[in-house]
Design a protein around this ligand. Structure first.
Ligand code: ADP
Ligand code: X2W
Length: 327
């Protein structure tokens, strides 16, 4: 019986089955929905982690979600700047980008990073299409602030083009370079781009994968992770100057997306293995969820008010269907 599988009941088997079962209402709820996933440079720690994150996205796609990836690559751009002896300078989380530096941003974001992510997905079949935001008017921008030079403010998103890719069952992988009405290229902060794209697509969710577990009330206190908040609460934190560095554009992007009608904006740790699956498919989730006060249904916020949906499912499938219908 060398090849027989151990079919003995065990606690581990029971827990695994329960966990798989817990995903059912979430998969049902997310099937057919557009989910914009922003993959930040801070979470692109190494090739293995990057490939694992892309594999999780393929799994979500196979489960019936319609993922759109918007990626950054700030760390890779910093490395390239240092190679070319260019100064790295940020203002409110946005990189000062001279026309010369813009050429490097295009090479790194639209070339290296984009192609690596596309290749990682396409190991599982030809699902991914690399898109530079400057293609087909995907992102049109104007100057944000003359001091930041080639940093853009998004004027429009070509929703039709992105939707055609999604409808064709592809996963668009978008590099955040925009075309300007002046004919030049613009560097767009990837958080801001993800928020704008999610809003324009009326996505169900936008998820930011970064290198921290979520938003902390006080970044120096690791026990102060916020599991859910409204956009008004989030705006208050920004107005009071409680947030700094890369979290500023991320929160602004969350607020813009939710204002545009996105149901939930999530911030999670992309360096934690399978955090995307845990956040999207389990009751407890792992990060921070931002929502409008009108859609703050208690059963979709973290921590979940029910101990586990799975336990309820076993007890009463009908009640779960009712909760699902409400969301
Ligand atoms: N209150 C806060 N909670 C969480 N992170 C914060 C907070 N304030 C500032 N940060 C910083 O924001 C960073 C994430 O932004 P960033 O480095 O730009 O990542 P990404 O490449 O994913 O966009 C965190 O690593 C952290 O240093
Ligand atoms: C204007 C601006 O700041 N653009 C960003 C674009 C990349 C990015 O946003 O990357 P992360 O998501 O890794 O931070 C930059 O040059 O770094």
């Amino acid at each position: 019986m060398k090849y027989a599988r151990d079919a003995k009941p065990s606690l581990l088997n029971e827990q695994t089955a329960q966990m798989l079962f817990e995903t059912l209402p979430w998969i049902k709820n997310l099937t057919g929905k557009v989910v914009v996933i922003k993959y930040g440079g801070a979470a692109m720690v190494d090739a293995k982690l990057r490939e694992d994150v892309m594999s999780d996205i393929v799994l979500l796609k196979i489960m019936g979600m319609r993922p759109v990836i918007v990626h950054g690559g700030g760390k890779a751009i910093n490395e390239a700047f240092s190679h070319y002896d260019l100064p790295v300078e940020f203002k409110n989380g946005q990189r000062v980008t001279t026309p010369e530096a813009m050429d490097i941003v295009r090479e790194v974001l639209g070339g290296k990073v984009n192609q690596e992510l596309v290749a990682a997905i396409n190991q599982h079949g030809n699902l991914a299409v690399g898109v530079s935001g400057s293609d087909a008017g995907t992102l049109i921008a104007s100057t944000l602030d003359p001091e930041l030079q080639r940093v853009g403010k998004i004027e429009s998103v070509n929703v039709d083009y992105i939707e055609r890719l999604i409808d064709g069952e592809y996963i668009p992988v978008i590099a955040t370079i925009a075309k300007g009405e002046d004919g030049g290229f613009y560097n767009i902060n990837a958080d801001i781009a993800a928020g704008a794209i999610a809003g324009a697509l009326r996505a169900h969710k936008v998820i930011f994968l970064t290198d921290v577990d979520g938003l902390y009330e006080d970044f120096s206190d690791k026990d102060s992770l916020i599991s859910n908040l409204t956009m008004e609460e989030c705006q208050g934190m920004l107005d009071r100057g409680e947030i700094d560095t890369g979290m500023i554009p991320k929160l602004n992007a969350c607020i813009e997306a939710v204002k545009a009608g996105v149901f939930r904006a999530h911030i999670i740790n992309g360096t934690t293995p399978h955090s995307l699956l845990l956040e999207l498919l389990t009751d407890a989730g792992v990060g921070t969820v931002l929502h409008s006060s009108e859609t703050a249904y208690e059963y979709d916020t973290h921590p979940h008010p029910l101990s586990t949906f799975a336990a309820r499912l076993f007890e009463n499938l009908d009640e779960v269907s009712k909760l699902q219908a409400l969301s």
